[in-house]
Design a protein around this ligand. Structure first.
Ligand code: PMT
Length: 223
């Protein structure tokens, strides 16, 4: 039986890959399935937390007892997360948020008249960085880093830049890690520089390890 050690905590998790419309029939997105975020939500609710899942993943059954808010774009995820943030104790951002979106979505389906089509993209809001700027002392913010090289150096840089309490770094090129797999191989990177590598585990076990680390941080913060 799972101990209800997250009872009383309000937890927000993001999951899935955002979709940025190009025209009425096409979008830009990424390979995130939502499995990691849903596992975090499932693990937290089992441990007694009050969980909200802001998700861009499709066709995935939400864990029982979790409040689900469906979004599509980075802009929608940004608006939703920022609105819910003040009521949360913990936020974990497993979603793969688009860094760029088409500057304008065409009103009609883009026709194939040109041999070469150039798309203009603009930056989306960085939700995690906004959370890092706004977080209050009682709030714990967990970010993720999806890297394809220099995992630790990039993750350390992200942890510092975004002012998170914990960064979960995964090298998404490793077999058994990252997008769409049922397992993940992560390193827990702390802003002070400590790095805790975890073995290859199913995503629910990774989620439990992340919550263990969050509870430990919150206990240490109270001492
Ligand atoms: O969904 P799965 O198929 O299970 O795959 C899991 C996963 C690989 C998506 C997950 O483990 C993961 O790494 N999630 C983060 C993906 C990502 O966008 O990484 P990033 O390094 O580009 O972004 C760093 C952090 O900033 C992330 O927490 C991201 O949510 C956040 N971000 C990024 C851009 C943006 N505009 N706003 C953000 O909040």
């Amino acid at each position: 039986l799972t101990t209800p050690d997250m009872k009383g905590l309000k937890v927000l998790v993001t999951a899935g890959g955002t979709r940025e419309p190009l025209d009425p029939v096409r979008y830009l997105s990424n390979r995130s399935s939502g499995k990691m975020g849903y596992a975090l939500a499932r693990a937290a609710v089992r441990r007694g937390a009050q969980v909200t899942l802001v998700t861009a993943a499709r066709g995935r059954e939400a864990p029982a007892g979790v409040r689900v808010v469906c979004v599509e774009t980075a802009q929608e995820m940004h608006r939703t997360v920022m609105e819910l943030f003040p009521q949360q104790d913990v936020v974990a951002k497993a979603a793969a948020v688009a860094d760029y979106r088409p500057r304008e979505a065409a009103a009609e389906k883009i026709k194939k008249h040109q041999a070469l089509l150039v798309l203009e993209l603009e930056r989306t809001p960085d939700i995690l960085a906004a959370l890092g700027r706004q977080k209050q002392p009682h709030q714990t913010v967990v970010g993720f880093a999806a890297e394809t090289g220099d995992l630790e150096a990039n993750a350390r840089q992200k942890a510092a830049q975004k002012n998170v309490d914990l960064l979960v770094a995964n090298d998404v090129t490793m077999p058994g890690a990252g997008f769409d797999s049922d397992t993940n191989i992560v390193k827990l990177v702390y802003p002070g520089g400590a790095v805790v590598p975890l073995p290859c585990l199913d995503k629910l076990s990774v989620a439990h390890q992340i919550w263990d680390a969050v509870l430990q941080l919150r206990r240490a913060g109270r001492e």
